[in-house]
Ligand binder design. Structure first.
Ligand code: TXA
Ligand code: MG
Length: 341
């Protein structure tokens, strides 16, 4: 049976979704970043189903979502002073904090790690849902593992509609890329994934160390896998603006059907069959909000190739570039890519 579509704006629907969660079911819900696929974090069987329906490897830990700060006591062993400061500055909001785990939280949520990732979303319906369910809610993004994250209820239905109980439709998220993930390690702040809270904003609170993952090294935050967020269509991250690609494509004997994921306005693109513009004003906030839907739209066209323009790696641009780089999974620079074929 397909998932029931509920409205995130109706209190009765939020209550109905909360009952599903309480009974061990799975509910996709909107947040300010992307849609999450929720289960009662203290119901190990329900959480196991998240991994099953997403086809997510069980070594990839989940974020637990809460509606009030006190719930961190049930999820973390102790609360470091730095976590207190971060919570005061950025919660509710797109910051996920990783600290030592409380033993009561089922191991499946944290993939057996000794730490737990927690965030309080800045979204009224998400907060109400968690409140009505009366339990913290474990939720990854509500997409098939490795695919582009969902920013509409329709995108959730496309990926998971046949395998979950309900989707709360709350329209498009305000931010559009996932939360920033930070870990507190011996009192220091380590950035594990760039996201909705910018590095610039975090750096005002504490010195931030960036964790560099070397190939072959065990990963600490599996969102750090090289390929992620990837469309099915071959996806190449350009090193420069799309204009430079004409020269490279002219050398080809064939004319591939190309989709362009452009950062800003496109005047003339003779080789493009379809163009998605992230922001006419080249505004990084707007670009982040449009990113995943634009990727999904291009992917649905069954093109031969998607070319993505780079964006400045500052502010939300850092998170956008992280997602584009992972979607490209090493396919960076058009000339480079074509030479390897
Ligand atoms: O904005 C978001 O964060 C969305 C919404 C739904 O809240 N959720 C989300 O979840 O993006 P997911 O599962 O797609 O990404 C969670 C990231 C992964 O990179 C995971 O490896 C990391 O958080 N993570 C979770 N627990 C961790 C832990 N204990 N230590 C390190 N990284 C962890
Ligand atoms: Mg995800």
């Amino acid at each position: 049976m397909p998932a029931k579509i509920l409205s995130a704006r109706e209190i009765s629907h939020l209550k109905e979704a909360a009952v599903i969660l309480k009974n061990g079911g799975l509910v996709a819900f909107p947040t300010e970043t992307v849609y999450g696929l929720g289960a009662d974090a203290f119901n190990a069987k329900a959480v196991a189903r998240i991994f099953e329906v997403k086809k997510r490897p069980t070594f990839d830990p989940l974020i637990t979502h809460i509606s009030k700060k006190e719930d961190t006591n049930r999820l973390w062993k102790k609360i470091p002073p730095l976590a207190e400061r971060l919570m005061a500055c950025f919660w509710p909001g797109p910051l996920t904090i990783v600290c030592e785990k409380n033993e009561a939280l089922p191991d499946i949520v944290t993939a057996g790690l000794s730490t737990a990732a927690v965030r309080m979303p800045d979204h009224a319906a998400a907060l109400q849902l968690i409140e009505f369910a009366g339990t913290p809610v474990a939720a990854p993004s509500a997409n098939l593992f490795g695919y582009t994250s969902p920013t509409t209820a329709k995108a959730v239905m496309d990926d998971l509609g046949e395998s979950i109980e309900a989707v709360l439709d709350g329209g498009s998220p305000r931010i559009g890329v996932e939360s920033t993930v930070v870990k507190i390690e011996e009192g220091e702040l380590v950035l594990l994934r760039p996201g909705g809270v910018t590095l610039e904003a975090l750096s005002k609170i504490a010195r931030v160390r960036k964790r560099v993952v070397k190939a072959g090294q065990g990963m600490e935050s599996p969102g750090q896998t090289e390929s992620h967020y990837a469309p099915w269509t071959p996806f190449v991250l350009l090193s420069k603006s799309y204009k430079d690609s004409s020269r490279v494509l002219k050398k080809l004997k064939i004319r591939p059907r190309i989709g362009l994921l452009a950062f800003g306005p496109v005047k003339d693109c003779p080789f493009c069959e379809k163009i998605e513009i992230l922001s006419e004003k080249k505004d990084l906030v707007e670009a982040a909000a449009n990113l995943f839907l634009a990727m999904r739209k291009l992917d649905k066209m069954h093109l031969d190739l998607i070319l993505a323009e780079p964006v400045p790696a500052k502010g939300l641009g850092l998170a956008i570039m992280d997602r584009l780089t992972k979607a490209a999974a090493g396919k960076v620079g058009l000339e480079n890519y074509l030479n390897k074929l």
